[in-house]
Design a protein around this ligand. Structure first.
Ligand code: MN
Length: 243
């Protein structure tokens, strides 16, 4: 909570990247993103889907921080690769919008950001890393990274890097997580530090040292708000936005 001009506590405003459904030609939102942020003390606001730099500049001024949500595969063009047939259809509007917000507001102005699923992949791509375009055909692993419903049960474990901010936050060196992603970090971007990895070596949490708060996870806390770790992750973003 921050203090407004009349001395009352006010909720930090967190801009949430909208999801896009091309079949319905509609924006949509998973309630867990909004609820997780609200329970952590924020006012979560779903942003418009736009690449207007004027509008996004206004959003960057309005918002104290950002949640980069799950969604479409990042266009491999963003990290300089050809699109594999197993890569999903991109959402160019999101790629452009999130690229601008990340560079201008997060890197440029130091606004806090949490990335989830596509979010960790996007941060890695924008910072010069690459992605597995399709984990099942590109990574030899016994782990199921695409679980079926229900999504609030763990699918695999992650080892948390000792001494990392995530280890400090959760107070543990391992965590059971859900897993619903067919892409993931292939070559880690310079500027990102791993905070957690699956047993097959896949990096599942990162942060940017030297930035106030740029964190991302490959799993889905929004599907499992009842987990202590999920509440702590949303709270960490909200705390950073209140600082
Ligand atoms: Mn996974």
């Amino acid at each position: 909570m921050t203090q407004n001009s009349s001395g009352e506590s006010s909720r930090p405003v967190i801009g949430v990247i909208p999801l896009w459904d091309e079949k319905k030609d509609s924006l949509w939102m998973l309630p867990g993103y909004m609820q997780g942020l609200q329970e952590a003390g924020a006012l979560a606001v779903m942003l418009p889907l736009t690449d207007s730099e004027g509008v996004l500049g206004e959003a960057a001024r309005l918002c104290d921080g950002f949640l980069f949500t799950g969604g479409h595969d990042v266009d491999p063009q963003v990290y300089g690769e050809e699109k594999s047939p197993r890569c999903g259809a991109p959402c160019t509007a999101r790629d452009r919008m999130e690229s601008f917000l990340f560079r201008a507001a997060v890197l440029g102005e130091g606004k806090p950001a949490l990335g989830i699923c596509r979010g960790i992949q996007l941060f890695n791509a924008l910072l010069g890393g690459t992605l597995y375009q399709d984990i099942p055909s590109e990574l030899s692993t016994r782990i199921t990274h695409v679980q079926g419903a229900p999504y609030d049960v763990p699918a695999h474990g992650v080892r948390i890097a000792p001494g990392s901010p995530l280890a400090d936050l959760l107070g543990t060196d391992s965590l059971q997580v859900n897993s619903y992603h067919h892409q993931g970090i292939k070559r880690l971007a310079p500027g990102l530090e791993p905070m957690a990895a699956a047993e097959d070596g896949l990096v599942e949490a990162v942060y940017m040292p030297g930035k106030p708060f740029v964190w991302a996870v490959q799993w889905h806390p929004e599907f499992a708000l009842q987990w202590e770790s999920s509440g702590k992750l949303f709270s960490a973003l909200v705390r950073a936005c209140s600082a």
